[in-house]
Design a protein around this ligand. Structure first.
Ligand SMILES: C[S@@+](CC[C@H](N)C(=O)[O-])C[C@H]1O[C@@H](n2cnc3c(N)ncnc32)[C@H](O)[C@@H]1O
Length: 273
């Protein structure tokens, strides 16, 4: 994966997460929007934090693509120190406002995640990539770099990335598209969005389109959970991948969950000693 694709995706995300998008963020973010997903997420956060506390009094967390803080805030609440990294100033301003009472335990960096992982000498108990891997063209390269900044016993935690589409069951895939369409149709420029879907279905992607590059792998083949699991195991981690159902649609979220459908995944991985 080349450096050019990384830079194009990073710039598209800066454009895609401006002040207006930050305001609308919750409606398009299932893991923040739906109580059932917030519960699932909360359980995993506590599990990861409790494990880190076995080895550090005050675990230090690096939150990559921190956005408006949906990982930073619970880790601060639990007692961690957090370094929150994001390329969007507007998202980070929202995060700082929401975290004002924790300012002593929080450091905010407006920086590309790839650069944050190259900072010399910094080591973390937990690296979080929440709803973030799908933004990164070379997410396997990013995870390789994550492994090198984790302390002994360190953990990698990610939540809310789309399963690799060609590994998802047919019914799950069809309902994912129907559910997304039923939500997307009321969000404006529905015809433009449909035309873009048709273009991409023909394999045509545009370098200058924010729509094609801001959520890079959502627009391609999802995120390869199997390759991530393999990479982490080969890199010396115990790794569990948890699959679940998520959609922006308020009607289809409970329906898909009740049917046991899966289209999204989380990773909890711990360095073996
Ligand atoms: C879907 S949001 C996730 C925000 C938050 N982690 C959450 O779970 O709600 C993705 C975030 O990644 C940020 N982002 C995208 N590409 C980035 C990059 N290369 N480096 C750092 N942040 C990036 C975006 O600005 C956005 O805030």
């Amino acid at each position: 994966m080349d450096e050019r694709a990384r830079r194009i995706a990073a710039l598209a995300n800066v454009a895609g997460y401006d002040a207006a998008a930050t305001k609308e963020y919750v409606d398009g973010a299932p893991h923040v929007k739906h109580a059932s997903l917030r519960r699932l997420y909360g359980d995993l956060v506590v599990r990861v934090y409790d494990e880190a506390r076995r080895h550090a009094d005050t675990p230090v967390v690096l939150d990559l693509g921190a956005g408006e803080g949906s990982a930073t805030i619970p880790f601060l609440e639990l007692g961690a120190k957090v370094v929150a990294v994001d390329t969007s100033r507007s998202q980070l301003e929202a995060l700082e406002t929401r975290c004002h009472k924790f300012s002593d335990a929080l450091e905010v960096r407006c920086q590309d995640a790839a650069d944050a992982l190259l900072e010399k000498g910094e080591r973390y108990d937990i690296v979080v990539a929440n709803s973030f891997l799908h933004h990164v063209p070379d997410y396997l390269g990013l995870i390789t770099d994550v492994a090198s900044v984790l302390k002994q016993h360190g953990q990698f935690f990610s939540f809310q990335d789309p399963l690799r589409y060609d590994s998802v069951g047919k019914l799950d895939r069809v309902l994912t598209l129907v559910a997304f369409g039923s939500w997307r149709v009321f969000k404006g420029d529905a015809v433009g969005a449909l035309k873009r879907e048709i273009r991409r279905a023909r394999g045509v992607y545009l370098e200058d389109s924010v729509h094609d590059n801001a959520e890079y792998h959502v627009k391609r083949n999802g995120v390869d959970q199997l390759a991530i699991g393999r990479l982490l195991k080969e890199s010396g981690f115990d790794c569990s991948i948890e699959s679940y159902w998520s959609t922006q649609s308020r009607a289809f979220q409970p329906l898909g969950s009740a049917l046991g459908l899966k289209n999204t995944f989380a990773v909890v991985a711990r360095k073996r000693v």
